[in-house]
Design a binder for this molecule. Structure first.
Ligand code: HDD
Length: 709
């Protein structure tokens, strides 16, 4: 592992970590500060006698241990996080008065937690799932949380359906299976009755659900929010995070292998990148819609199952977030961080999106159960850097020692303090929106177009992406045991795209139903008239949106990509060196993989192997290089692990390069060496390999048929 980050805390960060301790050069003590003389033995009546109840040191230690676990998050339990900062490029004062978006000189500290949704804390990072992308900005005006996902839409339109959705996707309640997977009956049963989920289903069945890295995925605030400027004028806003490394995925077969080989793949990748100084960077993007345009779209801005296509309202990139410090302690920071879409600052406000409105209740409630006290804001990672003064008092684990005898407002005894802030002094006031309506449990008809944007997404995918989506649906529905659920799903898919449904049906050995069941009937109120609840189809402003395809992402960098060099005794020192220096110069990482650990004899100086072939796997790398050297090539050719490594890398559409005798090893594999595959480079220059790696994957290779790897 490379250098450790220097941990220099600035003032704001110190505020966030007032209780850090590393125990260096300190005596071991009890929690009361008593120095411990023997941490090896409990107190006994005689060396061979029973332990004594009197042993308060033993009891304190065991009691603390017994209570070490807190309830895991109900959703998003599995996560990893990092510290960093956000800085706006230029003032956005025209739209918002939020200080962190108007002052380009200001670096606002952030803590970002990435997560999967369905799995438990110990589940694999590579599950097919949406990823949480939650950002806490410690602004001078208070904490602002942007609690989003790596997909811009959601499964349901109203928060009242959230527990149903989560119960359906979680392991089934009778046997607690499957873990971190949506490929089971209850999830698809629910989805097959929930046509509003079809747009999100396109996203989670796409490669967006199996990212290569947290550093290579987009983030979205999903809901439409509101910006408010100094003059009190509002506009609508959608938030985006754009990763500077581009948006990249792994193959599904690869994701499943990674889940076994290294279930911490994303966590490790994030941690290592930061330790290596490859700081993840994302630009904050906004789509701004003037209030006057609220009703000019063929969908409702309040509907969280819809996007505003970037081609209709461009994403303005307004600032950059850099993640440059790993947490010191997973539990204290990553586990105890408490996000809440209701943590707002002046200049930003909610819209009436009914999913968002429900979330505004849920997050505080969940922290009460998870962190156990309304004082969760006092935990260092949750503390605001701006001062906190109010009359809230006491409760479990209160840390603040409030002075004085007034804990009410108004008061005179305390000099009237703390007092309310005028708007001019940064006091928050909700956006004054006129609301006039009947008290109803209802959904607006403007939310009833469940298919048009699912179609838009599917139509915007490249051929390879479409095939991945079809295969994902075949995989998932193939795990469903109730045929009726599969048929209902085919009926829904046929309303997204006929050819999509036909391809999925073929894999399932079923026929697309001629007349899809109208499952909306299942999701209407008991007294609802089914005729009034039929989905409608509204033509969209664009037929395709290139921004929705990962094929159109950033493909000009190999920064932080992991390249495997397959080597054995007899490898050419110069060849290894030349390729390695070119790759390192371009920002990639290189590991030498050999049949055994230790020194590798070369034509020059001996080289040290980083990993043993049998202990690693091609799925943990982005590309493979086989250097010159007759002895090395002969050993690798005869190694089943080396051949499997190459075949698998080829199968997963990775760039492969070989030089000199290294090409002989390729000939022993399934890689067609004389084929015109732009990502198989034989005796080419390092620059050609680097260019191929930067493309990420040559997915078109899959159309040529698979290889047995
Ligand atoms: Fe949620 C956690 C994102 C809808 C209720 N949610 C949670 C996290 C993320 C999201 C990223 C993890 C935060 C962290 O890292 O600690 N949730 C979303 C998005 C949604 C969404 C993007 C839709 C657009 N969520 C949603 C609804 C509800 C919840 C509709 C309930 C009505 N979410 C929760 C929760 C969690 C949570 C139960 C679990 C742990 C936590 O809050 O702190 O309250």
């Amino acid at each position: 592992m490379a250098k450790k980050n220097p941990k220099s805390l600035n003032k704001k960060e110190e505020n966030l970590a007032p209780h850090t301790e590393d125990g260096a050069d300190q005596f071991l003590t009890t929690n009361q500060g008593l120095r411990i003389n023997d941490n090896q033995n409990s107190l006994k009546a005689g060396e061979r006698g029973p332990s004594l109840l009197e042993d308060f040191i033993l009891r304190e230690k065991i009691t603390h241990f017994d209570h070490e676990r807190i309830p895991e998050r109900i959703v998003h339990a599995r996560g990893s996080a990092a510290h960093g900062y956000f800085q706006v490029y230029k003032s956005m004062a025209k739209f918002t008065k939020a200080g962190f978006l108007t002052d380009p000189a200001r670096q606002t500290p952030v803590f970002v937690r990435f997560s999967t949704v369905a799995g438990s804390r110990g589940s694999t990072d590579l599950a097919r799932d949406a990823r949480g992308f939650a950002v806490k900005f410690y602004t001078d005006e208070g904490n602002y949380d942007l609690v989003g996902n790596n997909m811009p839409v959601f499964f349901i339109q109203d928060a009242v359906k959230f527990p149903d959705f989560v119960h359906a996707v979680k392991p089934e309640p009778d046997n607690e299976m499957p873990q971190a997977a949506s490929a089971h009956d209850t999830f698809w049963d629910f989805i097959s009755l929930m046509p509003e989920s079809m747009h999100m289903i396109m996203w989670v069945m796409s490669d967006r659900a199996i990212p290569r890295s947290y550093r290579m995925m987009e983030g979205f605030g999903i809901h439409t929010f509101r910006f408010i400027n100094e003059a009190g004028k509002g506009c609508f806003v959608k938030f985006h995070w754009k990763p500077l490394l581009g948006v990249h995925a792994v193959a599904w077969d690869e994701a499943q292998a990674i889940s076994g080989k290294d279930p911490d793949f994303h966590r490790r990748d994030l941690w290592n990148a930061i330790e290596n100084g490859d700081y993840p960077e994302y630009e904050l993007g906004v789509q701004i819609v003037p209030e006057a345009d609220e009703h000019k779209f063929p969908f409702d801005l309040l509907d969280p199952t819809k996007i505003i296509p970037e081609e209709v309202v461009p994403v303005q990139r307004i600032g950059k977030m850099v993640l440059n410090r790993n947490p010191d302690n997973f539990f204290a920071e990553t586990e105890q961080v408490a996000f809440h879409p209701g943590h707002l600052v002046p200049g930003i406000d909610f819209s009436n999106d009914p999913l968002l409105q429900g979330r505004l209740f849920s997050y505080t409630d969940t922290q009460l159960s998870r962190l156990g006290s309304p004082n969760f804001h006092e935990i260092p990672i949750n503390r605001a850097v701006s001062p906190v003064h109010n009359n809230q008092r006491d409760a479990h684990m209160r840390q603040t020692i409030n002075r004085g005898n007034t804990a009410y407002e108004p008061n005179t005894i305390g000099g009237g303090c703390p007092f309310q802030a005028k708007i001019a002094d940064g006091g928050f006031s909700s956006y004054e929106e006129r609301v006039d309506g009947h008290k109803v449990r209802a959904r607006s008809r403007s939310f009833f177009d469940h298919f048009s944007q699912a179609t838009l997404f599917y139509e915007s995918q490249s051929e390879a992406e479409k095939t991945h989506l079809v295969n994902a649906l075949r995989f998932e529905l193939g795990k469903v045991t109730v045929t009726d659920i599969r048929i209902r799903m085919l009926g829904l898919l046929s309303q997204v795209d006929k050819s999509l449904a036909a391809r999925v049906a073929e894999g399932l050995g079923l026929k697309v139903p001629a007349k899809p069941e109208q499952p909306i009937n299942h999701s209407i109120p008991a007294d609802g008239d089914p005729a009034k609840f039929q989905p409608k189809v509204v033509p969209q402003q664009v037929k395709t949106s290139p921004a929705l395809s990962m094929a159109n992402t950033v493909k000009d960098t190999v920064k932080s990509r992991m390249i495997a060099f397959l080597v054995a005794d007899g490898v050419s020192f110069d060849d290894v060196n030349d390729m390695k220096s070119a790759l390192l110069k371009a920002g990639a990482q290189v590991q030498l993989i050999a049949p055994r650990l230790g020194a590798i004899k070369t034509s020059g100086k001996a080289l040290e192997a980083d990993e043993r072939l049998p202990a690693t796997s091609s799925v943990l790398f982005d590309a493979v290089y086989i250097p010159k050297g007759a002895g090395s090539a002969a050993t690798l050719k005869a190694s089943p692990e080396a051949i499997h490594f190459i075949n698998e890398a080829y199968k997963h559409c990775k760039a492969i390069a070989a030089d000199g005798e290294g090409a002989e090893v390729l000939k022993a594999s399934y890689v067609p060496v004389d084929d015109k595959d732009p990502a198989v480079i034989i005796n080419g220059k390092p620059a050609a390999f680097i260019k191929a790696v930067a493309q990420h994957r040559y997915w078109e290779r899959e159309a040529k048929g698979g290889v047995p790897a």
